[in-house]
Structure formats: structure tokens, C-alpha cells
Design a protein around this ligand. Structure first.
Ligand SMILES: *[C@@H]1O[C@H](CO)[C@@H](O)[C@H](O)[C@H]1NC(C)=O
Ligand SMILES: *[C@@H]1O[C@H](CO)[C@@H](O)[C@H](O)[C@H]1NC(C)=O
Ligand SMILES: *[C@@H]1O[C@H](CO)[C@@H](O)[C@H](O)[C@H]1NC(C)=O
Ligand SMILES: *[C@@H]1O[C@H](CO)[C@@H](O)[C@H](O)[C@H]1NC(C)=O
Ligand SMILES: *[C@@H]1O[C@H](CO)[C@@H](O)[C@H](O)[C@H]1NC(C)=O
Length: 458
């Protein structure tokens, strides 16, 4: 695995984006990615270029002497990757090969400068994954310099030796680059799959069409599909294709990731369907800080005092009727929840009596963040919760009094619950060992942009 570190990173980014239908994402790799990839690719490239060389036949006084050649080291002193519009990535590597010639009389150490050029094509594979392949590759050579053993080197011998090594390199160097790319392809193919969101839910990414490749970036349109218990979450409305304009987020980060409103809607629909947004708050008797008991309610509602002469615990069951609404406005993400709360009192140890139900509106501010590979959110309350009585089995209810009681027992558990839930986050498109570095999240009208560098841990 360590072998493919580096050059692998770029390719890694292109592959794990797998899946089926609607909510859109755009994943854009900027020039900064190439700079980073070339920095960390040098060492693995040096390793694959250290090929074996065939014996060189030395003609000496009428005798043919097979001579062993060995690459002692490869030093890639310059590596440049650049985007090539409509193709993929062009690689230019300048390297010095130090080669030992095991001559009988006196070993020779020489240096051969090589320039390696390759085009790596990025395309869409048959199963909605990007695939990469070397579409053209060649090497050019400088002249051999002898480092050691100068004395007995004939000029003709050097020219023959150089020809011998070039022939071997012509066959082998491009194959090495190709096999590195192929190995990465195969290796990455195993990483396609569902990523867990919750215990029973997953997210699945896929590439929608051919990548858009310009001289400045590669952009991938990605579908994200969420699954609950193996079934896809389907938005009620036809989702609109998501596009990302050029000048969003930060200019100089390695990647720009655009997340559509549809993605947020899907996540919320998933949480709602999974029942994760439901919450029970149970009162305890003889507790100084939990006013959820019938004696406190009895002071506000005479009928409760009448029905429950002895103090009994009270339960709030908050359930979501309507789907919560996430709203994305410039620099501002909010979430509106409309739970109904059923208030029940214990009539006996196992039996609960419904007292009344409330319709509640809670507006929350969402602070989005990215941690390693996950998009997370934290919430705070925006303004006061609003509340109306939906139905009552205990007569008239003073909404104002109920408001302060419910606010005091509901708000904190709700925020704690949501923050724990949203803190789990959802996996963004990535693969093992690849992390988002110094990510910044920007909220725009109807979409979110993450500008981030990347860190590949070999
Ligand atoms: C060598 O390869 C590069 C990149 O693939 C290409 O642009 C160039 O034309 C090739 N040169 C020759 C002489 O084939
Ligand atoms: C290599 O050597 C030959 C002959 O000395 C010379 O003509 C040629 O310019 C040299 N090439 C390079 C790249 O230095
Ligand atoms: C090269 O030849 C010189 C003089 O003949 C000698 O002093 C020197 O040791 C030789 N060098 C090697 C590496 O054989
Ligand atoms: C009911 O709740 C109030 C307020 O938390 C508390 O002071 C009181 O002790 C509770 N009564 C019982 C019987 O638990
Ligand atoms: C975000 O929008 C909500 C609702 O429009 C508003 O109440 C809140 O003040 C806004 N927050 C910021 C930081 O602009």
C-alpha cells in the first residue's frame, strides 16, 4: 500500500465516488492537489523506476564478457504534474539513474539523466467509477557521466553501454509507471462501497458522467445516495442537477467540494425516517431540578391535580410529524423542526395516561464543520421555541405557563440530542488514509462549499 502513496493520492480521489441517483455534489481537484501529489510521489516513483537491467556484453580482446549492471539509486530531482484539458494529467519527471557496471578489471559507476513523460487519462469506468490509465509515455536520455573508474573507459564502450541501457529503459520505465497506475486502479477498486452514516444507514457515492478536465482542474459530478436499512432515501421532489460555479470557496486550496441542498434534505429525511430525531424526556420523582412531575403540572392545570392526587412522573414524547427543513442562506445555515410533544403521566408503574399534546416550532442555527473525512454540525437555538396546544385531555391549558415549563425541560435535552447526532457526521467522498486538512466551510444560497487541503497518510 505504501508503494502507491503519492501518485496514488490523485487517483485515490478519483475513485471512491460510487453509487446511484439524485442528490448532487461536485468534487473539484485544483492545481494545489497536483503540487501536493507530486511532492509525495517522488519517493514511490523512484522505487518503481529501479528496474533490473540485462547483462551488457563487453567485447574485450576477442572475448565476449557478459557484464552485470545494477541500478544503485534513482534520484527524481524534478517532478511536475499538470492538468491537460480533456485528457487528464501530464507527468514530467527528471531523474538521475546511478548505475554500477560490474566490469572484471574495475567496476564502473555512472550516471544517466532521464526525462520521463506520460499522460494519465482520467475517464469514467463502466460501473460509475473513474478509471485512470497511462495513455502515452516516453523517455529521453542525456549522456552518461562516469563517476568512478574513468581511467579505463573507451569512448566506443560508453556509446554501446548507453545504447544498451536506453533500449532496456525504453522497454521498462513506461511499464513501471503503467503498472503503478494499474496497481492503484485495482487497489482503489476494492474501496468502492457504502460508508456508514449511522448503525442502519449508509451513504454511497458515484460518478454521474465523464469528468470535466480543464487546464486548471478536474471536476467530478457525484451522486450521493443515502440508504436506510438497505433502502435508498428518495426525495419527494425531483432533485435538480447541481452545478458549482468557478469562484466559490477559497482560491488556493487543493480541493473544492460543493454540496447541494438536496444532500442536506436527504440527510434530514434519513434522520427523520430512522426516528433519530425523536426524543423522550422522562421525569424523575423527588428530583430538585426536574419539574416533570404531576405536582408541578397540577399547579398549572387543576384537572391534573384532580386526576393525580399523588405525585407521579411525567414524560414528554417529542415526535416529528413534518420533515425538518434545512435552509441554506449566505453565511447562514438553519434548521427548523416541528415536533409535536405528547405529555403523559404515569398512572401506574407500567401505564401512561396522555394528558395533552403540543405543536412546537424550534429554529436552530447550524454550524457546519469538517473533521478528518466527515461533515458535522452543531446547533444552537435561534430565538424562542414556539408552542401551541394541539389537544388536551385535561381541560384548558395556559400556553404561556406551559411555554416556560416546556422550554426549561425540553431545550437542553433537545440540543444535547441533536448535537450528539449531528456530531456523528456523514462521510464525505474519500478513501482510507485520506483526510481533509484545514477545511473551511462556506454556506451559500442553496448550497455549501468546503475548501480544503488534503493529507494522505502513508
Ligand atoms: C512523449 O510523451 C509526451 C506525453 O505523453 C508527449 O506529449 C510527447 O509528444 C511525447 N514525445 C514523443 C517524442 O513521443
Ligand atoms: C551527448 O554527447 C554527444 C556527443 O558528445 C553530444 O553531441 C550531445 O549534445 C550530448 N547530449 C547531451 C544531452 O548533452
Ligand atoms: C587512474 O589512473 C591514475 C594514473 O594511472 C591512477 O593514479 C589512478 O589511481 C587511477 N584511478 C582509478 C580509479 O583506477
Ligand atoms: C416535582 O418537581 C419539583 C421541581 O423540580 C420538585 O421540587 C419536587 O420535589 C417534585 N416532586 C416530586 C414529588 O418529585
Ligand atoms: C440566520 O438566519 C436566521 C433566519 O433567517 C436569522 O434569524 C439569523 O439571525 C441569521 N443568522 C445570522 C448569523 O445571520
Amino acid at each position: 500500500m505504501a508503494r502507491v502513496c503519492g501518485l496514488g493520492l490523485l487517483l485515490v480521489l478519483l475513485l471512491p465516488l460510487v453509487g446511484a441517483s439524485m442528490p448532487g455534489m461536485v468534487f473539484r481537484l485544483n492545481k494545489g492537489t497536483l503540487k501536493y501529489v507530486s511532492d509525495i510521489t517522488k519517493v514511490p516513483l523512484q522505487r518503481v523506476l529501479k528496474v533490473t537491467l540485462p547483462y551488457f556484453l563487453v567485447h574485450s580482446r576477442g572475448v565476449i564478457q557478459p557484464t552485470r549492471l545494477k541500478i544503485l539509486s534513482v534520484y527524481v530531482y524534478h517532478l511536475r504534474l499538470k492538468f491537460v484539458a480533456d485528457v487528464g494529467v501530464n507527468l514530467l519527471a527528471a531523474a538521475n539513474f546511478n548505475i554500477k557496471v560490474y566490469r572484471v578489471r574495475e567496476p564502473l559507476v555512472l550516471t544517466l539523466p532521464v526525462i520521463l513523460m506520460a499522460d494519465v487519462r482520467v475517464a469514467q469506468g463502466p460501473i460509475q467509477t473513474p478509471i485512470v490509465s497511462v495513455s502515452s509515455c516516453n523517455s529521453t536520455y542525456g549522456n552518461i557521466t562516469v563517476l568512478d573508474g574513468v581511467n579505463s573507459t573507451s569512448r566506443l564502450g560508453m556509446i554501446l553501454l548507453q545504447k544498451h541501457i536506453e533500449t532496456a529503459f525504453n522497454n521498462k520505465l513506461c511499464l513501471s509507471v503503467s503498472s503503478l497506475v494499474q496497481f492503484i486502479n485495482v487497489h482503489l477498486g476494492t474501496l468502492i462501497g457504502l460508508k456508514p452514516v449511522g448503525p442502519e444507514s449508509q451513504i454511497h457515492y458515484s460518478m454521474v458522467n465523464m469528468p470535466t478536465i480543464t487546464n486548471d482542474y478536474i471536476s467530478l459530478d457525484i451522486n450521493a445516495v443515502l440508504f436506510l436499512l438497505g433502502k435508498p432515501i428518495v426525495l419527494p421532489l425531483d432533485a435538480t442537477p447541481f452545478m458549482l460555479s468557478r469562484n466559490v470557496g477559497l482560491r488556493d486550496t487543493m480541493t473544492t467540494l460543493g454540496l447541494s441542498q438536496d444532500l442536506f434534505d436527504s440527510v434530514i429525511l434519513l434522520l427523520q425516517k430512522a426516528g433519530s430525531l425523536n426524543l423522550d424526556i422522562t421525569g424523575k420523582l423527588f428530583s430538585d431540578d426536574n419539574p416533570l412531575n404531576t405536582s408541578v403540572l397540577g399547579h398549572l392545570i387543576p384537572e391534573v391535580a384532580k386526576q393525580f392526587p399523588d405525585p407521579m412522573p411525567v414524560i414528554l414524547k417529542a415526535r416529528l410529524g413534518a420533515t425538518p427543513i434545512a435552509t441554506l442562506r449566505t453565511s447562514n445555515a438553519t434548521l427548523e423542526l416541528r415536533p409535536y410533544i405528547e405529555v403523559l403521566a404515569a398512572a401506574s408503574n407500567s401505564d401512561f395516561r396522555s394528558l395533552f399534546t403540543l405543536n412546537v416550532v424550534v429554529n436552530l442555527d447550524l454550524q457546519l464543520s469538517v473533521s478528518k473525512v466527515k461533515l458535522q454540525a452543531a446547533t444552537t437555538l435561534l430565538g424562542d421555541i414556539q408552542l401551541t396546544v394541539a389537544s388536551s385531555n385535561v381541560g384548558n391549558i395556559n400556553t404561556r405557563q406551559m411555554h416556560s415549563l416546556v422550554s426549561s425541560v425540553f431545550e437542553k435535552p433537545l440540543l444535547d440530542h441533536l448535537n450528539a447526532l449531528l456530531g456523528l457526521g456523514i462521510a464525505l467522498p474519500t478513501v482510507a488514509n485520506l483526510y481533509y486538512m484545514s477545511p473551511k466551510v462556506f454556506v451559500y444560497e442553496g448550497y455549501v462549499v468546503i475548501s480544503s487541503d488534503l493529507f494522505y497518510q502513508c
